[in-house]
Design a protein around this ligand. Structure first.
Ligand SMILES: NC(=O)c1ccc[n+]([C@@H]2O[C@H](COP(=O)([O-])OP(=O)(O)OC[C@H]3O[C@@H](n4cnc5c(N)ncnc54)[C@H](O)[C@@H]3O)[C@@H](O)[C@H]2O)c1
Length: 79
């Protein structure tokens, strides 16, 4: 099982991914690369996709014991 870091190719998410790995967790990075960089996810499993893609997220949630979500929440998520 892994920790899913949504937005893990961004500034805070990539640091979070490294800290988690140092502490012994497997990390999966999920990012649409809108403001992130795939280089920041180097060495990690990177799945490119959008927060709104429920099918993709659900497949990753089945492999994850925890989620850390960094992107600003879209307006639709507050409804
Ligand atoms: N950087 C700061 O100093 C700071 C300070 C306070 C709070 N925050 C908050 O922390 C969070 C992360 O900030 P950051 O500076 O790392 O930003 P960032 O833009 O570097 O990282 C956000 C990451 O999320 C990805 N992303 C955006 N929308 C997405 C979507 N719909 N689906 C999948 N991935 C998506 C981007 O591609 C990017 O890699 C934000 O919510 C920000 O408001 C940041």
């Amino acid at each position: 099982m892994a920790v899913l870091v949504i937005g893990g190719a961004g500034y805070i998410g990539s640091h979070t991914a490294h800290v988690l790995r140092k502490r012994g967790y497997d990390v999966i990075i999920y990012d649409n690369l809108s403001t992130g960089y795939k280089e920041l996810a180097e060495g990690f499993e990177l799945v490119v996709g959008d927060f709104a893609d429920r099918a993709k997220i659900n497949a990753l949630l089945r492999r994850s014991e925890a989620v850390c979500s960094l992107p600003r929440m879209p307006r639709w998520a507050n409804r």
